[in-house]
Design a binder for this molecule. Sequence first.
Ligand code: PNS
Length: 163
Amino acid sequence: MRKVIYPGSFDPVTFGHIDVAKRAVSIFGNLTLAIVLNPEKRGLFTLQERVDMLKQATKGIKGISIDTFDGLLVNFVRQNKANVIVRGLRAISDFEYEFQMALTNRKLDERIETVFLMSSEQYSYLSSRAIKEIATLGGDVARFVPPCVAALLRRKLSAANRS
Ligand code: PNS
């Protein structure tokens, strides 16, 4: 069985990510969602919060596990004896960034393939950045993210407003 890694920032996880994860696990039978620890890109959520949210959001989906990594993605893929990277494509605007990343990873290790999956069109406009902006401006994100994410967003933002 091919071992498959779905890397990302997941800051926070959205229904779009979950849709891609379900599609991937239905094809490959296994999937590790790998949250990147990027010291240069401070997220709204801590790494532990993202792990907890992803665990809750994917509870009950057979074949999914959650992990974290720092450094090069290809190293993490190799360490896990995996050979496939999954990424979601929402719109043509994603293509250039994804194309560049996939070809860079292929240069670093030509045995690792990147597979792109299209999320459902109902999520094609969704992004973690938009979710954070909507929530910060007082909008309702319940249609876009799992309840655990919406709840943590509310808690984070009300704590930030108090301080
Ligand atoms: O959800 P994101 O932020 O679009 O995910 C980007 C991610 C984590 C896939 C990308 O930043 C990554 O692979 N980072 C690890 C560093 C790396 O391997 N860089 C070289 C490939 S471009």
